[in-house]
Design a binder for this molecule. Structure first.
Ligand SMILES: NC(=O)c1ccc[n+]([C@@H]2O[C@H](COP(=O)([O-])OP(=O)(O)OC[C@H]3O[C@@H](n4cnc5c(N)ncnc54)[C@H](OP(=O)(O)O)[C@@H]3O)[C@@H](O)[C@H]2O)c1
Length: 337
């Protein structure tokens, strides 16, 4: 295997704000040989998750920071091309911590999952895998939407939000998205089937929430935190539930100034609960089965924003914070077999 070249994107210095192209370097190394208990995976698609940016800071999180000189960590999908590990056979399709590179060594651990049956590898990232599971766990375990309730989802045109809202629709709720700009709002209602969508760049968010959520908000699936969270807190219904999925408004600043309006949880007897998909990974098959069935029934629509080649990985990552993406941002690394 040593004749294979592994193109990689490594971290050279810690970014401040968006990732500067000079914060990383593209290098080429020989692909590693799997040792006993390891397998070699050829990455096909690498998912662009907001968490990737948080791993570049020198701060403790649920995974350690990426070290200077290390390959930028990211989750993806790929095919086993060599194996000295009982858990993986050549030809298996796996999701794993692929990182920004062409080849990755995997072991039999929590981070690598063999995908059962034949699946569309791109859809594995956009709907059946961890993105879909995040929407599924957050909405069903914490949001628990009931028929007729009002559910609000932020970053509604994005990967996680678009699925979370559709899962709430499947449960019979009335779903209002929040997204940046008229085109995104059009996609959220016309393609993802939300009942309404508020453009958070268009002005008075509180007034728009009053207009579109006349019965207040029973469930809020929060992808962004910051002022949008404060505005939705102000419209929470009695017994309202907030699923705290992410705080993308503060990942590039590194500051978490809120929520200022949390007293509304007291006034409305509301709850706000965070969750991490990794902690629920033991239930992967439950989420995978439900998501696959809904998609097959045409009840779960997904979109992918595909960047061609690792050279576009930084652009793709920054795009999550500037809001250029609709649906799941993915970098294509190589063709699936
Ligand atoms: N808890 C977990 O286990 C878990 C797992 C995966 C992801 N997440 C979280 O889920 C959230 C969404 O991630 P994703 O990968 O699905 O990304 P995404 O929604 O596909 O893309 C991010 C979107 O966030 C919006 N955004 C960015 N900065 C914003 C700001 N300052 N204010 C308001 N909106 C902003 C932009 O949409 P607009 O143009 O519409 O503003 C952007 O397109 C992230 O917070 C992420 O950390 C959590």
């Amino acid at each position: 295997m040593t004749d294979l070249t592994n193109h990689q994107i490594v971290l050279r210095r810690r970014p401040t704000g968006l990732v500067d192209p000079d914060d990383v370097e593209a290098i080429a190394t020989p692909a590693p040989e799997p040792a006993e208990g390891e397998a070699l995976v050829r990455n096909t698609y690498v998912g662009i998750d907001a968490a990737v940016r948080t791993w570049l800071d020198d701060k403790p999180g649920y995974l350690p920071p990426v070290g200077i000189g290390e390959v930028v960590r990211a989750a993806g999908v790929g095919e086993v091309v060599a194996s000295r590990c009982d858990a993986y056979a050549v030809g298996d399709v796996v999701t794993t911590l692929s990182a920004f590179q062409e080849y990755v060594i995997v072991r039999d651990d929590l981070f690598t999952t063999v995908i059962p049956g034949v699946v569309d590898q791109l859809a594995m990232l956009s709907v059946y895998g961890s993105t879909g599971a995040t929407a599924y766990f957050g909405m069903t375990d914490i949001g628990k939407p009931q028929p007729g309730e009002t559910v609000v989802v932020s970053a509604a045109a994005g990967a996680t939000g678009s699925l979370a809202g559709q899962i709430a629709k499947i449960a019979g709720a009335r779903v209002v998205g929040i997204a940046g700009g008229p085109e995104k709002c059009r996609v959220v209602t016309e393609e993802f089937g939300f009942d309404a969508c508020i453009d958070h760049k268009a002005g008075d968010l509180e007034a728009a929430l009053r207009e579109h959520c006349p019965d207040r908000v029973d469930v809020y699936f929060d992808n962004v935190g910051g002022p949008i969270l404060d505005a939705v807190l102000g419209r929470l219904n009695q017994g309202g539930r907030i699923a705290l999925c992410g705080v993308i408004s503060s990942y590039v600043t590194g500051e978490h100034p809120g929520p200022a309006n949390y007293v509304q949880l007291l006034a409305r007897c509301g709850t706000m609960q965070g969750f991490n998909t990794l902690n629920n990974w033991g239930r992967f098959e439950e989420a995978f089965t439900a998501l696959k069935q809904w998609e097959a029934e045409g009840r779960l629509v997904h979109r992918e924003h595909v960047y061609d080649g690792l050279d576009h990985a930084v652009e793709a990552l920054n795009g999550l914070f500037t809001g250029t993406n609709i649906g799941k941002s993915v970098v294509k690394v190589s063709d699936p077999s």
